[in-house]
Design a protein around this ligand. Structure first.
Ligand code: CTP
Length: 409
């Protein structure tokens, strides 16, 4: 997330919900990712949390009153409205949503929300009956129609004892929504990206499986970058340490055959396929329904090859559609990747090095090459998976039948 939030000025508006204490963690994560967080506490937020906590975490003076600006021009609302890269209101109460929707300006936060042209993200938190009230829903719809983004709320046990929607969503989801909002350029708006991500678990019996290594980090970075550029993203996800980002449609698929089925169901409506999953190459035919007892004898497993999903996509590609694969290799990276490009009829293959300390499964960084029909990039420098995802979409836009040049009918 550092790639998206680093050096950004984020106004963190905290309003008076019981969840206000969770905004301390949000502030802390913003700072951890290199953002400058300017805390703003509404009068009722200050009944739940103190300015000193936010000042300690962010190293910034917390804005708590409309009339401070006279003493401190740095926090004068027009100056902050201009300086901010984004506004994040978390937690957002029914009251701030109503004020923002109506254009009211009776405190520092509501006034500055009128003055800013930066993206605004609301993370609502309130009682479920309040959240589902038509007045609140109408305010949300109004703000969405003006381009404001919403993240959450989550569902579950609320502070009031009710069960339902109204919980402040997890901090990770809030940061992901903020990363999407911060990207102004949306060249993939209206496009649909279909992505496989994560590992596969092929069952041997109800308690054992054959697995492979994929943390889901590369898939997460690709899905987030696609959404930042405006695409609608469907992630066919196997088991992964890092789940797909907030806002992606997720189709869980633990085995290669389940992944194939999901890809076949969604490919027709998609513009771009990216195969980032470590798809299992084999499965056990008809695994027993009962757990197999351990024995001292050697066990022989008969393994049947799985269908190649990327090759199926390559074969079933129509004019405007683009298919991208990965080639995770320990050696002969370019040769094997070019062979995969050709055999699977892909438009682009990302070759990446595995089995080295700074690249491959579970690592934050990667060493890669981008390979198209007529071009093999020089070895890209060691970079984060987020940076590789950005280069990948730049390369896709530059493909001859690039989706950017061929709008969806
Ligand atoms: N892939 C796929 N379906 C499979 C196997 C692989 O969609 N059954 C995709 C992967 O998601 C990746 C690309 O094909 O985008 C290459 O996968 P990789 O595991 O590197 O290569 P394989 O084709 O499995 O060949 P090998 O293991 O021999 O290198």
């Amino acid at each position: 997330m550092r790639a998206f939030l680093g050096d950004k000025v984020i106004v963190l508006g905290v309003t008076g919900s019981i969840a206000a204490y969770k905004a301390c963690e949000i502030a802390s994560r913003l700072v951890e990712h290199g953002a400058q967080a300017i805390p703003v506490l509404s009068a009722s937020a200050q009944q739940f949390v103190g300015a000193a906590s936010f000042e300690g975490i962010t190293g910034q003076r917390a804005i708590t009153s409309m009339f401070e600006p006279a003493q401190n021009p740095d926090i004068e609302h027009i100056a902050v409205a201009r300086r901010a890269d984004a506004f994040l209101i978390a937690p957002a109460t029914a009251n701030i949503l109503a004020k923002a929707a109506q254009g009211m300006a009776d405190d520092w936060l509501s006034t500055t929300l009128l003055a800013t042209r930066a993206p605004v993200v609301f993370a609502p938190a309130m009682n479920m009956n309040m959240y589902s009230h038509p007045a609140v829903q109408a305010n949300i719809a109004t703000l969405q129609s003006r381009g404001c983004a919403f993240v959450g709320p989550g569902s579950g046990q609320l502070a009031c004892g009710d069960m339902g929607p109204g919980r402040l969503i997890e901090t990770q989801a809030i940061l992901e929504a903020l990363a999407v909002a911060l990207h102004h350029d949306k060249p993939l708006a209206g496009k649909r990206v279909l992505l496989t991500s994560g590992a596969n678990h092929e069952p041997i019996d109800p308690v054992r499986y054959i697995g492979n290594r994929s943390s889901g980090k590369m898939g997460h970075a690709i899905a987030l970058e696609a959404m930042r550029r405006g695409a609608t993203v469907t992630v066919v996800s196997g088991p992964a340490e890092v789940p797909p980002p907030y806002g992606a449609r997720v189709v869980p698929a633990h085995t290669a055959s389940a992944m194939l089925e999901a890809v076949q169901a969604h490919w027709g409506e998609s513009d771009i396929f990216i195969g980032a999953a470590a798809v299992a190459d084999y499965h056990v035919e008809n695994p027993p329904a009962a757990k197999q007892k351990r024995s001292t004898a050697t066990v022989h497993l008969e393994l049947t090859p799985n269908t190649d999903i990327a090759a199926w996509v390559g074969l079933n590609k129509r004019g405007h559609q683009i298919a991208v694969g990965f080639a995770a290799e320990t050696h002969n990276h370019l040769e094997f990747a070019q062979e995969k490009l050709r055999k699977k009829q892909l438009d682009l293959v990302v070759a990446n090095a595995v089995g080295v300390a700074d690249s491959g499964f579970g690592k934050a960084t990667t060493r890669a090459w981008l390979i198209t029909d007529d071009h093999v990039s020089a070895a890209l420098p060691l970079m984060s998976k987020e940076a590789l995802a950005a280069l990948l979409f730049d390369a896709i836009a530059g493909l001859p039948a690039g989706v950017s040049a061929a709008p969806r009918a």
